[in-house]
Write a protein that binds this ligand. Structure first.
Ligand SMILES: [Ca+2]
Ligand SMILES: [Ca+2]
Length: 240
């Protein structure tokens, strides 16, 4: 290649690189993705409607108020974020008060007698009356299942019941207090990576994992096959 040609080639490469650089710089700068979107929390919360109330429960066969909030947040973030403390009081401590609330924020109910947060729910939207009569989803005793209710005109507890018994406010999780942990191998979303997940992985070995009814796909790294790579990811997260 003579010098002239080399120069032309260099110019073309330079122009290409400039174009590439330019196209990179004009790309919109994306903020760090929100681990939990409002929409994912709201749709996950709705998928729990009708699940029976069970004290201490954290699955779709039975759940209590704080178990519901924790599971909804954990599943909505695909296991990336969740409250370690599963009590209503723990959820309150890991959050900060907000006004106005955004759909998917947490509703905190502080017992007027004990001063402790004894109930939590997920805020959906203000009603036509305003935020004080907002819609929320929660797992409660009346009826003993996950329902959608209103803060003031409660369909199940009667008008004003929540306010007579609780101080109510809205909170959002505090990223600084919000612990993260890679649980992508927790296929059944029970917050542990153990033999249950292992047996799900094994039963889809060599397939693309489609058809699995577990909370997460056994194709953990999403490369189209359940294989040794997924197995090693699982082993690295093993909690037993
Ligand atoms: Ca598991
Ligand atoms: Ca895989």
């Amino acid at each position: 290649m003579d010098r002239k040609r080399k120069l032309v080639v260099r110019l073309i490469i330079g122009a290409l690189m400039m174009t590439m650089t330019t196209s990179v710089t004009v790309m919109p700068v994306l903020a760090a993705p929100d681990r939990i979107s409002e929409q994912s929390v709201i749709s996950e919360a709705h998928s729990w409607l009708g699940v029976p109330y069970k004290w201490g429960g954290e699955s779709k066969t039975g759940v209590d108020c704080s178990g519901l909030v924790r599971q909804v947040y954990m599943r909505a973030s695909e296991g990336q974020a969740y409250y370690y403390d599963r009590t209503a009081e723990g959820i309150r401590k890991a959050s900060y008060p907000v006004w106005p609330p955004r759909p998917g924020d947490v509703v905190i109910f502080v017992d007027k007698n004990s001063g402790k947060c004894t109930h939590v729910g997920i805020y959906l939207s203000a009603s036509s009356n305003g935020y004080w009569d907002s819609y929320f989803i929660h797992a409660g005793m009346t009826p003993k299942k996950v329902v959608k209710d209103r803060l003031y005109y409660s369909s199940y507890y009667g008008t004003g019941w929540w306010y007579r018994n609780f101080d109510i406010y809205f909170v959002r999780y505090n990223p600084d207090k919000y612990k993260t942990k890679d649980l992508s191998a927790d296929l059944n979303c029970d917050n542990k990576v153990n033999v249950y997940d292992f047996s799900i992985l094994m039963s889809y070995w060599g397939t693309n994992g489609s058809g699995a009814t577990s909370c997460r796909s056994p194709d953990i790294n999403q490369d189209g096959i359940v294989d040794i790579i997924d197995y090693s990811i699982m082993m690295s997260q093993w909690t037993g």
